[in-house]
Design a protein around this ligand. Sequence first.
Ligand code: GDP
Length: 317
Amino acid sequence: MHQDSRIFVAGHRGLVGSAILRQLAAEGHANLVTRTRAELDLTDQAAVRAFFDREKIEHVFLAAARVGGILANERQGADFIRDNLLIQTNVIDAAWRAGVGKLLFLGSSCIYPRLAEQPMREDALLTGALEPSNKPYAVAKIAGITMCQAYRKQHGFNAICGQPANLYGPGDHFEPESSHVLPGLIRRFHDAKVAGAPSVTLWGTGTPRREFLYVDDMADACIHLMRHYDEGELINLGTGEDIAIRDLAELVRETVGYAGRIEQDLTKPDGHPRKVVDVTRLTAIGWRARMPLDEGIRRTYAWFLGNGAAPYAAAAE
Ligand code: GDP
C-alpha cells in the first residue's frame, strides 16, 4: 500500500471504518474512496460490480457490516445473516473481478465455538458448536472467511481476514437496547445520573468475560495488516486481556460518576461465557494494542458527551 494507492474503505461511517479512514488520512493517504449507503447500496450486486469496474480500486478495507449487541443479534437474526452475507459476497467477488490488489475482511471473535479454549486461537474455528445468541452473524462471518480463503486458493486473490475482539470507542452507537455492552452501559449510567435514578440495570449475571479493543487501536491494527500480512490464515485482533462484565460496569460507573446501585436483569442473555482472543500471531507480526481500558472508556465517554448524549444515535451506515 503506497501513499497514493487508491483505497476503498467500505463502511466509513461506522465505528471501525471511520477510525480507519481517520488514520489513513492522518498518515498522508490522499487517494481514499468512500460511499455512503445512499450513494452505493452494498447489498446490491449490480451496483457493487459497477462501482468496482469504474473506480479502479487497489486496496479494500471491508468494514461495512450489520452489527449490534446481544439483544439485537437475538431478535433480528434474519437481518444479521442476510445483510452480512450480501455485503461481503458482493464486495469480495466484485473486488476480485475488478483486479483489486488486496482486501481486508473483518470477522469477529464470536466466530469461535461457544466453549472454545481460552484465549481463543485462530485454529479453534469450526471445532465446536457456536453461541446461539449471535449464530446468524457468526455464520455469515465464517462464510466470508471461507470465501476469502477459497478465492485466494482458486484465484490467487490476496484477501486477508482479521478477527477483532469486542470493539468500542468514539463514533459508537449508544442505544440502550441494541448496542453492545460498553456503549449500552455508558448510556444507561449517564441517563441514570442525569435523572437522579436510584439504580442501573445490568443484563445477565455479570459473570461473562469480554475483551475490549479501542477503535483507534483496531484501525492501527487493520492498516498494519494491510501493510504486513499476506496469509490466508485468519488472524486475531485484540489486547489478549479480558474483564468480567460486572467489573466493566463498575469501571463505567466510576467514569460517568454515578453513585447509585447496580441491579441485575436475569431475563437477559449472558451469551458466550468468555471471549478473549489469543494474540500470538498478531504479536509475531509486530503489533500490540496501546490503549488501556480505563483511558479508552474515559475518551469514549468524553466523545459521547460531545456528540451522542442527546438523542439515540442514528443507524450505522
Ligand atoms: P456479545 O459479546 O456478543 O455478547 O455482545 P454484547 O456487548 O452485547 O454483550 C456482552 C455481555 O454484556 C453479555 O454477557 C451481556 O449480557 C452483558 N451486558 C450487560 N449489560 C448489558 C447492556 O446493557 N447491553 C449489552 N449489549 N450487553 C450487556
